[in-house]
Design a protein. Structure first.
Length: 258
């Protein structure tokens, strides 16, 4: 299944507000897709990965970011674009903000999925419907009910539950790196930076799955839809409501004359 076909199924069953994205990590020397926008070259600025992802899903642009395009120190470290030196590993970044002490801060940094230094040279994120590359990962932002539908689809064949973990920091690592390394779908809780710089809404979550799972996800969406699990959620409306006492008195007067 190609990316455009998958996109059509996702939009049909999920009706998400922003474009589903394809994401791919490129090694040094690998040619990038045509018509990508490189922030430092085409926009004259550096940006966070969550910011570029938001541009891709809202504007429909395909964004390509290397180390020189990044403004976010956490992303530079976890994506292997800069060394993870003692200052980074000590926990100083989170101490006093997210963490009670440096030891706790260091555990925050340790928890993030990471690429090795120099393992990849660039990350590309673009609308799935017109992706001119084969994604590693599919990313969908939506409300909790739309994310639930993707969870339903991924579990349709095997059942059970999906394991995701959350640190509240560095969701770019969860989105790009964790899914690629584990080969498993991920529920993503947008981090604080994604909300500030990516302007992700309080009503939004995200979900990723490997592009290799495309046929399995589409089958899961279609079969669960046929089973009655759908979006928008078909709320139950077949009931008779109770009305205020004065309304009931009017009904009683009408009934007495019949």
């Amino acid at each position: 299944m190609d990316a455009a076909t998958l996109n059509g199924h996702l939009e049909k069953h999920l009706r998400v507000h922003t474009f589903p994205l394809g994401i791919k990590s490129y090694k040094e020397g690998e040619p990038l897709p045509e018509k990508v926008k490189v922030p430092s070259k085409h926009l004259g600025i550096k940006m966070a990965i969550c910011q570029a992802i938001s541009m891709a899903r809202r504007y429909g642009w395909t964004m390509a970011l290397a180390g020189e395009d990044l403004s976010c120190p956490i992303a530079k470290a976890v994506f292997g674009f800069e060394e993870r030196n003692e200052y980074y590993t000590s926990g100083r970044l989170a101490d006093g903000m997210y963490a009670s002490c440096r030891e706790a801060g260091a555990r925050f940094e340790d928890a993030l999925a990471k690429y090795d230094i120099g393992e990849y040279a660039c990350v590309v994120a673009g609308p799935l419907g017109r992706a001119n590359f084969i994604p590693d990962t599919v990313l969908v932002y939506g409300n909790s009910a739309q994310v639930l539908r993707l969870l339903n689809a991924c579990l349709y064949k095997k059942g059970g539950s999906l394991k995701s973990d959350f640190s509240g920091r560095g969701d770019c690592a969860d989105i790009v790196i964790k899914g690629k390394k584990t080969g498993e779908p991920q529920v993503i809780l947008p981090c604080y930076g994604d909300r500030i710089f990516g302007m992700t809404g309080d009503d939004e979550m995200a979900f990723t799955f490997p592009f290799a799972m495309a046929e399995e996800v589409v089958e899961g969406l279609e079969k669960t839809h046929a089973g009655g699990v759908r979006y928008p959620v078909p709320i139950f409306l077949r009931y008779q409501a109770d009305f205020p006492k004065s309304y009931q008195e009017l009904e009683k007067l009408w009934a007495e004359k019949k």
